[in-house]
Ligand binder design. Structure first.
Ligand SMILES: [Zn+2]
Length: 236
């Protein structure tokens, strides 16, 4: 291969690696943000479930307090029942006692319902908490690693840029200008391998004469279709 072309191929490889590194570096904040969002989402989901559990416990305590109050009222009514003088009073009192008993039954039923719901949810909440802890530490580890990757990527970038400068100095100015112009128009790919009689970048067939020249001579040729500079890689 023409040594100038070889330098150009190496330059393009370097520039592609530089672009990919730059993208990795600029993606760091959004990557970290995505991890943080997931962490936030998982934790608020768990908070909601655990708040519901606390809510159930509060309702249970409140109902238990109501039962105690009604029971106290009931026992007072029963005492008073002994002291009533008239039938009418007795009937009214009995009715009140019945109402209080019904109230207690209703409240106790509700307490049972709540206890069943709490029992059913307790295990899955415990599982969710363990899962949350595990996921949290995984996500925090990912955040840490992503943040810590920046300096290494930066120093790699510095190294590659130095190499790039060196390579550029080995390519003639005129060719470099041409290379830059094509690279700008063709998403960074200005030089393409000619392989199996095709331009490997645009996949258009290369004229047989040009292909033969590419193999035999060191002349610099461009793809008729995409204008990229072509090179032929000699097989070993
Ligand atoms: Zn092409």
């Amino acid at each position: 291969m023409n040594p100038v072309l070889r330098n150009l191929v190496a330059l393009q490889d370097l520039e592609l690696r530089i672009a990919s590194l730059q993208k990795q570096i600029s993606d760091i904040p959004s990557k970290v943000q995505a991890f943080e969002n997931e962490l936030q989402h998982l934790s608020s989901e768990f908070q909601t479930r655990s708040a519901h559990m606390k809510d159930l416990a509060n309702r249970r305590r409140m109902l238990e307090g109501q039962v105690d109050t009604t029971k106290a009222k009931l026992s007072k009514l029963r005492d008073q029942l002994m002291a009533v003088k008239t039938n009418k009073e007795y009937t009214a009192m009995l009715h009140e006692i019945q109402m209080a008993e019904e109230q207690i039954r209703g409240e106790e039923d509700k307490i049972l319902e709540i206890m069943e719901e709490m029992e059913a949810k307790e295990n899955s909440l415990k599982g969710a908490e363990q899962e949350l802890n595990k996921k949290s530490s995984e996500l925090q580890e990912s955040i840490k690693k992503t943040n810590e990757s920046a300096p290494q990527l930066e120093s790699e970038l510095v190294k590659l840029r130095e190499e790039k400068g060196l390579k550029e100095s080995h390519v003639g100015k005129e060719l470099l200008v041409r290379y830059r112009r094509i690279a700008e128009a063709r998403k960074g790919i200005a030089i393409a391998e000619a392989k199996d009689e095709l331009c490997s970048a645009c996949h258009v067939r290369i004229r047989p004469q040009m292909y033969a020249d590419l193999i035999r001579t060191e002349a610099i040729q461009a793809c008729d279709s995409c204008s990229r500079i072509l090179y032929y890689r000699e097989s070993l």
